[in-house]
Structures are given as C-alpha cells and as structure tokens.
Design a protein around this ligand. Structure first.
Ligand code: GLC
Length: 745
C-alpha cells in the first residue's frame, strides 16, 4: 500500500499543477485600451460564438460568450423610464415586485425646457435607474423630427427644429452613458409618422435630409458619442432603414465615423444579405412586428443567425462584415456590461422624483394668461376650485406603446392640485367628459376605475352647475396614451381634441370667467375656443410627478419658463406635411409599400409658417411667464464676418416684473439674398437665463459660418454664401425683439 501511495505522490509531483493564469487575458483587462480588448476577444471567438453575439437570444437580450466570461447584453425601453421586466420571450411583464420605476416627463417636455442642463439631469437620472436594473442599453432617446401633428409618437421626441433637438439630445446621451449605460438613439431615420410605419418608403431630397432629419442624430453620434443607434422600421430608397446602405454605411459609419453598434428596431430586419452588407449589427425582435406575438423562441431563425452561419460556413460570404459587427457589439459590451467602474445606479430615489418634478416644472408652457388669471391667488380668503376633466385623474404612464411603464408613483393633476390647495382652498371635481377608461398595457394595470355611464349632456350640465359657484375652474384634458391618440403604431385622425372636449370647454367658458385649460398631450391640438379661455397651459405627459409640477405652476410656486418645441397650427391644412398633400403617402400598385414624399422639403414647422406667412395658433418658441422681460438693443462686435471667423451678437435682458423667472432668449438667422430658397429664419442659438426682479443679464451668441450655411446637395457640403445676413433675437419665433444685419465676407 505504502508503495502505491509513494508512486502516486511521485506521479502527482511530476505533473505540473494546472497553470493558474498569472494575469487576466487582455479582453478582461480594463487597463488596456478598448480596441486591444476587442481584438483579443475577437481572436478567441468561434464562428458560432460570433453569430450568437449579433442577434437576440430573448426579447431584450443578446448572447455574450459564456465560454470566455463575456456577459449577455441587456436592453430596456424606454426614453422616459425603465420598462418592467418581461418574460424571456414575451412582451408581457413578468410580474416582478421590485421593478417599479420613476416615470420622467416625456421628451417633448424636456425639449420644451430649452435647458441642456436639464437634459443632462434627465440622462444621469434615467441612466442610474437603468444601471440599477442591470440594463446595458437604454432604447432611447428618440429624436425624430416633428413633421406632422398627427404622428402618434411625437410625445417621445424633441420637436420640430433640428438645432433644438441637437442641443437637447447631446447632454441626455452623455448623462445616460456616464452611468455606464448605452444610449440607443432612435429611430434612425425618417420615422416621422406611425401609420404604415413598416411599409412607408420616404422620398426626400438630400438638402432636406441633411438640414432637417439628420442633424439631431449626427449631434448624438459626434458630440454625444452615442454607443448605439436604433434603425427605424420604414424604408428609404426602397431599403429598410435597419439595413440601409446609404444611411448606415455611407452616412452613419462613413461620414460620421460612428463606432458603436446599430441595433434593429424590434422586427425591423427583413433580409439576411442586406443585413450582412448594409450595416446592421444587432438584430432584435424579428418574427414580430415589434409589438405583437411572433414565432416563439425563433432566435436561431433570425436573419443574422443560422442563415448567416450557413452562408459563412459554406464559403458563400466572407467574415469581414461579421467581424466588423462583432467588434461593434464587443465595444458596446466593454463600454457597458464589462465596464467595471460603471457604478451601481439607483432607483426610485427622492433625487429622481425631484429631477422628474424639475424637468416638468421647466418644460410646462404657459400659452395664454389674459388678465393674469394665473397663478391662482390664495392670499385673499379661501377659494373654491373646480377641477374638470378625465385627464385630471387618468394615469398616463401606462400605454402609448413601448414607452409604457410600471411606476412606483404617479401624482395625478387632481391629487397635485388638492395637495397644493390644502388649507387655502376647497377643491371639487366634475368629470366633464369620458374618454378612454381602459388602463392596461403588457400586463401592467393602472388599477383605476374610470367607468362613468353618464352621457355628455349630463356630464356638461354637472360641470357647468358646479362651475358657477367656483372661484377658479381648471379643465384638465387633452390626449392620452390610447390608440390614435399619443400612441405608438398609430396616428391621430385629426388635430381636434377627442371625446367632445371642445363642447365642455365652451360651456365652462360661458359659466366662469376664471377658466384655466390644462392640455395634457405630446402633440399640438386645435383650440377653436382659444379666445374664450383666458388661461391655457401646455402640460405634456409629465410622469410620476405630473400633479406636483402642474400644481407648482398653477399656484405660482414655480414661474413657468417652457417654450414650445413645435408649432401649434390653427388647422391641419396650415401644416406643410398636410398642405402639400404629402401625408400619409400613396400606396404603390401591387405592393404593400406606401411612398411618402416630403414635399414641403426643408419648410418644416415654423419654417413653413414663417415662409408661407401662415399665422399659427401658438408659435414655435412661444411661452409666457408670470413676470415680464424687456430686451435691450441687439448689438454685435462687428458688422462683417470672415469666412473662417465669427461674430458675437449680444442683447441685454431685464426682468421688469415682480417675481423671479427664466427667459429663453432665441437667436434666428436669415439669409435674405441667397442663390437658393431658404426659410424665412432658422433657430441657431438659444440661452435660458434666470433673472430676479430688476436683474439684467447680457446674453451673447457667438455666430460662426456653420450657423449661416445651407446644405448644397450637388457639392454634398455645407455652404455659407457670402453676403448679408440678419440675426433676429426674440422670445419666440413670432416675437422678435431686435435684429442685427451683418455681412459674411
Ligand atoms: C418598438 C419600438 C421601439 C422599441 C422597441 C422595443 O416597436 O419601435 O422604439 O424600443 O420596439 O420595444
């Protein structure tokens, strides 16, 4: 026995111990540059592992490399908050009890704040919630340009102007990514309506593409350094945007140098060879239309799964494109899931609720305030406030499509008003109208019972009777997140308010002179009663702190400072997409393709209204305050600008009122004598200044030739034509306070 043991011991001693790695392999070594880590990981991966990495393995995750300890990549909606956990291969929520989130205001509200600092606060806050939930890619923000007021998803985007959207998306992306979560800027590109969103083939000229529809994406990539971009569902030049050679290879990765990963929209990939050749890097949601059921667990059938593997294994296609895709996904993983300094995030913190409230407070727009009806005065005796309208009660965080959430808290407008009135006013309620009484999306239910069997007449009679005895009537209406309202995968039928709200508002206006209309929507709406209603507030979808933000403004705890990021037209025909007959496009014979030509070209929004001289209901950039601002003389440090120079345009702004407030000073540039048609003026600068009563600040804009340029499609470059230009400074696109003429040499 002893002999046997001795032999065994000798044998063991002779065999070298398993080699304990002295140091981490390069791809796991954070001290090494990312590109080294990428190349090292790539060199170790098999063909199957490479194929596995570039498509989904579940509804919202893609495979890592288990053998190498490279983790899965987890994506989550949406732009306004972190979607509840879903089942592996389902859209429905999994019923977890620890995934309720903070709902931040919709991005139209963020855009309406005109405050890049608020965008940074937004990005860091939502990035912390995503990180805490263990998510690596946030499927947002959306920056599709607001072209028609009927687009169901405008509430998720940042308005009609490319410069405003560019300035606001960059800090949001930087904030999210600073928390170790990739932004996935969407939907790239030309996804400007929801009707026929999978089959619309957008037709437009290059100048329009480069001046209007690309800038926000370009800024997100080149300034925001976005780590991922989501391809859109629709087509351009007859190629789906998720594998569109010109948009992905030539422009995004070529001209802009994008080094991140292109993620498909869910169900946006339709062809293996196009996906291989035209820049698609990470395929999600195939076999579904992005919203409904598809073939279950069909991940091996994905276009970039087995079909791609077979093409490579058979030698029909090479591995150059595959390696480029894998490099981009590895880079995304190393920037997120394998970035060990990314922190742990946080969720449902009071800081996040405070952030949501501040974003709402800075984005709410005071559209009209005749006779200073607002703010509600509570100093002279106890007041009686009547709140009317379904939207005073209805939860708005559930529904609307993929941005739908399961919130820990949502303060309704009614609750917010009651809380603010506590001790100083009595608050009563009347339904006013019945709209959408449902409250469920992907298994998340609001738990509200909004059922009301009364007819319109009875509801109006009740509201009017109560209005007669009130000191203030606050009507809270607008749109909601149900189909054909502000909702993904459908567009609105018209500009009008739904559910007979106009009749309620007219009746209330006749019953009480102190009527305030609070419009909750992500889109412009028609207001035929506008002259009969002294006070109108545009309140957006404000998320968890909605009622508090609205009450803050109505009761004057906050002085509103928001400005419209889109034009409110009087009628649909006043909008370029409709006046030209462009929307919703023309169905192609014998095909499901709908050709949609952007006939208004670069004249989108106020560019259309100004140039065609069509007075809007409320203009782009419009927003009132409880104080007054006066503008001094617009001046400049020169009257000529060299081709490589700049000119500083300045204007003093004074708060001449009695309360502190913030003013968004806007700079528009006109090129009155140009060899090509140009809009009457274009936004090229803005600054939000906070002023105490009596305080003056001088705002200075440094204008460079790029602010004077138009895109010359023939030369395929931006051109600033020498000659005279006009700088217009104002409080809105239709409220210019002063101008300054100068020359470009
Ligand atoms: C949806 C949306 C997209 C979303 C994705 C995942 O169809 O178009 O914005 O992020 O699918 O839900």
């Amino acid at each position: 026995m002893k002999q046997i043991l001795a032999i065994a011991l000798a044998a063991m001693l002779a065999v070298p111990a398993v080699a304990v790695p002295k140091q981490r392999p390069a791809y796991r070594d954070e001290s090494r540059p990312i590109e080294e880590r990428v190349e090292d990981a790539l060199s170790r991966m098999t063909l199957q592992e490479k194929i596995n990495m570039i498509h989904a393995q579940s509804k919202f995750s893609s495979a890592g490399v288990p053998r190498l300890g490279i983790p899965e990549l987890w994506c989550t909606d949406g732009p306004h908050g972190i979607r509840p956990e879903v089942f592996w291969d389902e859209w429905d929520q999994a019923g977890w009890t620890n995934d309720s989130c903070v709902a931040f205001p919709a991005l139209t509200c963020l855009a309406a704040s005109w405050n890049p600092d608020v965008a940074m606060l937004y990005g860091t806050s939502i990035g912390e919630e995503a990180r805490f939930r263990g998510k690596d890619v946030l499927l947002g923000p959306g920056v599709n340009i607001y072209r028609t007021p009927l687009n169901g998803r405008n509430f998720e985007y940042m308005g009609e102007d490319p410069y405003l959207a560019s300035r606001m998306v960059v800090p949001y992306v930087q904030g999210v990514q600073d928390r170790g979560v990739a932004a996935c800027v969407k939907h790239y590109a030309l996804n400007n309506n929801e009707i026929n969103r999978h089959t619309t083939n957008v037709i437009l000229d290059d100048r329009t593409l480069y001046e209007i529809y690309l800038p926000a994406f370009k800024a997100a990539v080149q300034e925001g350094k976005a780590w991922s971009i989501m391809g859109a569902y629709n087509l351009y030049r007859d190629e789906h945007l998720c594998h569109n050679s010109r948009m992905l290879n030539d422009i995004l990765k070529g001209e802009w140098g994008f080094d991140g990963a292109v993620v498909s929209d869910w169900g946006g990939v339709h062809d293996t060879r196009q996906a291989i050749a035209n820049g698609m890097d990470l395929e999600f949601g195939s076999w579904t239309n992005g919203l409904s059921e598809g073939t279950r667990n069909a991940y091996d059938n994905y276009y970039l799964a087995k079909p791609y593997f077979d093409l490579v294994a058979s030698g029909e296609v090479g591995t150059d494109e595959l390696d480029d895709k894998v490099r981009r996904v590895l880079r995304l993983i190393f920037r997120t899931a394998m970035a060990y300094d990314k922190g742990d995030g946080s969720m449902c913190s009071e800081e996040h609720y405070a952030a949501a409230r501040r974003i709402g407070n800075e984005g709410i727009v005071l559209l009209r305030n005749e006779g200073d009806v607002l703010p509600i005065k509570t100093d002279a005796g106890r007041k009686r406030i009547l709140v009317v309208g379904e939207n005073a009660l209805k939860m708005m965080t559930v529904g609307g499509g993929s941005s739908s959430l399961k919130v820990q808290r949502e303060i309704s407008p009614y609750d917010g008003i009651c809380a603010a009135a506590k001790g100083v006013a009595d608050v009563d309620f009347a339904r006013g109208y019945v709209g959408d009484v449902t409250g469920e999306y992907n298994g998340v239910t609001t738990g509200q019972n909004l059922a009301d069997s009364r007819g319109a007449e009875e509801l109006i009679a009740e509201a009017v009777a109560k209005a007669k005895d009130a000191d203030y009537v606050v009507f809270v209406g607008g749109l909601n997140k149900s189909a054909h309202q502000d909702c993904e995968d459908s567009d609105r039928a018209g500009l009008e308010l739904p559910y007979g709200q106009d009749a309620v508002i007219e009746a209330l206006a006749a019953a009480n002179p102190n009527l305030v209309v609070v419009n909750i929507s992500g889109n412009a709406v028609a207001m035929p009663w506008v002259k009969k209603v002294p006070a109108i507030v545009q309140a957006w979808f404000l998320g968890s702190e909605a009622g508090n933000s609205i009450a803050d403004v109505l009761f004057g705890r906050v002085n509103p400072s928001g400005k419209l990021p889109m034009t409110f037209p009087v009628a649909l025909a006043d909008n370029g997409a409709h006046a030209t007959g462009s929307y919703p496009g023309v169905k192609r014979d014998g095909s499901d393709i709908v050709d949609l030509e952007y006939k208004e070209g670069i004249l989108v929004g106020y560019r259309w209204h100004d140039t065609k001289k069509i007075k809007p209901l409320f203009a782009f950039g419009h927003g009132l305050s409880y104080t007054d601002f006066s503008y001094g003389k617009v001046s400049a440090d020169a009257t000529e600008m060299a081709a490589d120079g700049s000119i500083n345009i300045s204007v003093p702004v004074t708060n001449t009122g009695s309360v502190a407030g913030a003013e968004v000073v806007q700079l528009y540039i006109s090129d009155p004598k140009c060899s090509v048609m140009r809009p009457a003026k274009e936004l090229k600068g803005f600054e939000k200044v906070y002023l105490n009563p009596g305080q003056t600040k001088t705002v200075t804009f440094t204008v460079k030739p790029d602010a004077l340029s138009y895109f010359d499609a023939e030369k395929h470059e931006w051109v600033a034509e020498p000659g005279q230009f006009v700088a217009s400074v104002g409080a809105a696109s239709d409220d210019i306070k002063g101008t300054f003429k100068f020359k470009l040499k």
